[in-house]
Design a protein around this ligand. Structure first.
Ligand SMILES: CC(C)(COP(=O)(O)OP(=O)(O)OC[C@H]1O[C@@H](n2cnc3c(N)ncnc32)[C@H](O)[C@@H]1OP(=O)(O)O)[C@@H](O)C(=O)NCCC(=O)NCCS
Length: 196
C-alpha cells in the first residue's frame, strides 16, 4: 500500500509508463493525483509494487456504478494500472491484478469493469462486457470494455449502463500542463497507435 512518501514516485512511474502511449504526452499521473482526493477512490484495494525500494508498478481502484433505471449496483473499476517500462513483461502487472482481485473478493465485491487493453486482460480472465449484460453509459459494447466476476455468477444480476467516477472525465488540459511542471520535461512525440 502506498504512503504519502510514495506519492511523487508513483506519479513519476505512471508518467513514464503512459508517456506518448495513448496521446502526445499523458495525463495519467495527474489522474493518480486527483483520484487520491476523490470520494470514489478505494485506497484499501489500491497497491504499489516496490523493487529494491523503488516504485515499479501501481494499480488504483475506485467505485463505479451499473445503473438500470432505478436499479443501481455498486461495483469497482481500476485505472491506472501501470508498470515502469523497464520492468514491463516481468509479471508485475499480473501480480498486482491477482493480489488486488483477491483483496476485492475478500471484501465482498462482486465484479470489476474496466476500459483497458483488449489484448492484455483476457489472459487474466476478463471478458468483454456483452458477456455480462453491461453497456457503456452511451449504450455500447466493444473489445476494450471488459469485466470479470470476483465470485461465481457475481455479475449475473448486474445489468445496465456502466458509470465510472467523474474524476476520469475531469482532467482539463491546462491543469495537466500545469501539473506536468512538477515532473521531468519529457518530449511529446507522435507514435502509431496513439488515439489522437
Ligand atoms: C499493460 C501493463 C500494465 C502490463 O503489465 P506487465 O507487468 O508489463 O505485464 P505482465 O508481465 O503481467 O504480462 C506480460 C504479458 O502481457 C503482454 N502484454 C503486456 N502489455 C500488453 C499490452 N498492452 N497489450 C497486449 N499484451 C500485453 C506481454 O506481451 C506479455 O505476454 P507474454 O507473457 O505472452 O510474453 C504494462 O505493460 C504497462 O504499464 N503498460 C503501459 C501502461 C498501460 O498501457 N497500462 C494499461 C492501461 S489499460
Amino acid at each position: 500500500m502506498e504512503t504519502k512518501d510514495d506519492w511523487y514516485n508513483v506519479e513519476l512511474m505512471t508518467q513514464h509508463a503512459f508517456w506518448n502511449k495513448h496521446h502526445l504526452g499523458c495525463d495519467e499521473h495527474y489522474l493518480v493525483h486527483k483520484l487520491r482526493q476523490d470520494k470514489d477512490y478505494l485506497p484499501e484495494l489500491s497497491r504499489i509494487a516496490v523493487k529494491d525500494g523503488v516504485v515499479i508498478g501501481c494499480i488504483m481502484y475506485s467505485k463505479a456504478l451499473v445503473v438500470d433505471g432505478a436499479d443501481t449496483h455498486e461495483i469497482i473499476t481500476f485505472g491506472p494500472l501501470c508498470v515502469e517500462p523497464k520492468w514491463q513483461g516481468s509479471g508485475v502487472g499480473e501480480l498486482l491484478l491477482r493480489e488486488t482481485m483477491n483483496l476485492a473478493a475478500n471484501k465482498g465485491y462482486k465484479g470489476i469493469v474496466i476500459f483497458g487493453e483488449p489484448d492484455y486482460y483476457p489472459r487474466i480472465g476478463f471478458k468483454t462486457c456483452d458477456n455480462f449484460h453491461i453497456k457503456t453509459a452511451d449504450g455500447k459494447n466493444f473489445d476494450a470494455f471488459m469485466g470479470i466476476e470476483l465470485v461465481k455468477d457475481g455479475m449475473k444480476n448486474i445489468k445496465g449502463k456502466f458509470y465510472e467516477s467523474n474524476v476520469f472525465e475531469n482532467l482539463p488540459r491546462e491543469e495537466v500542463e500545469e501539473y506536468n511542471k512538477n515532473f521531468p520535461q519529457l518530449q511529446k512525440l507522435r507514435f502509431p497507435g496513439q488515439w489522437d
